[in-house]
Write a protein that binds this ligand. Structure first.
Ligand code: ADP
Ligand code: ADP
Length: 226
């Protein structure tokens, strides 16, 4: 699915230089479920944002679906991103002014799909994550667990091959957190590649592979037998 080769990211602010990722080499295959762990500030979000093409490396190579995208324009990256990648964030990142169904439908507007089909796909995915009865509600009227279910629906409504989740359970109580993890697990069972940053060892247990970062470098990798 993707390959990072000697990938380095340096943040330059005023007179301070931060080495957020230091010559990282990672290969992730289609259908994998990977957890990224490590202490605060070790580069987890930078790594996830780089994989999501929201942040560009300072040096090194990024191959996505065998294509070297390292020097692609923002427009081209945006195109690849919208077609292939769904995002789930700790704070849900729904649009407050749109209803549940509008939030989900937004992820399809780039796909050139006729309106009627958009509606039916949104309805199907809302059913699937158990949020259909809230279709006309605004995000502020939902619990955190429900908002994250909407975010999961938005991440998969376009048949995205890969989901990137940055502490998806960080703002949820344990029951709702587990619910989200089970949703991610079932998406992975159907073939969706999942890459998740988490601080929770229990939630990392859902992943089949754990990548541990420290000071911008991969320090250990554990691959669990299926
Ligand atoms: P983590 O997600 O593991 O907490 P991050 O990827 O957010 O780590 O950050 C890695 C390092 O890069 C940290 O030292 C952080 O302070 C720094 N950093 C992150 N984003 C920026 C930025 N936009 N500008 C400057 N430094 C940043
Ligand atoms: P563009 O600026 O070209 O519209 P974006 O950077 O907004 O592209 O991101 C494109 C896609 O990436 C969005 O459709 C969305 O799926 C995802 N994305 C990026 N940032 C966010 C965010 N903060 N919240 C939710 N989704 C995001």
């Amino acid at each position: 699915m993707l390959k990072l080769h000697n990938l380095t990211r340096v943040y330059q602010t005023e007179d301070v230089e931060t080495l957020a990722l230091n010559e990282v080499n990672i290969e992730i295959g289609q259908g994998e479920f990977v957890a990224i762990m490590g202490p605060s500030g070790c580069g987890k979000s930078t790594l996830l944002n780089t994989i999501g093409m929201l942040d560009s490396p300072s040096s090194g190579q990024y191959l996505f679906l065998d294509e070297d995208i390292s020097n692609y324009s923002e427009a081209k990256l945006s195109e690849i991103r919208k077609r292939n990648i769904g995002f789930i964030f700790q704070n849900f990142n729904l649009i407050d002014e749109l209803t549940v169904e509008e939030n989900i439908e937004l992820a399809l507007l780039y796909h050139n799909i006729p309106s009627a089909e958009r509606k039916s796909r949104v309805a199907k995915v809302m059913d699937r994550v158990g949020i259909a009865h809230r279709a006309k509600h605004m995000p502020s009227q939902l619990s955190g667990g429900q908002q994250q279910r909407v975010a999961v629906a938005r991440a998969v409504v376009g048949d995205q091959k890969m989901i990137l989740a940055d502490e998806p359970t960080g703002n949820l109580d344990s029951a709702h957190g587990q619910e989200v993890m089970e949703m991610l697990q079932s998406l992975n069972d159907e073939g969706t590649t999942i890459i998740m940053v988490t601080h929770s060892p229990a939630h990392a247990d859902y992943a089949k592979r754990v990548i541990n970062l420290f000071d911008g470098s991969v320090v250990t990798e554990n691959i669990r037998a299926a």
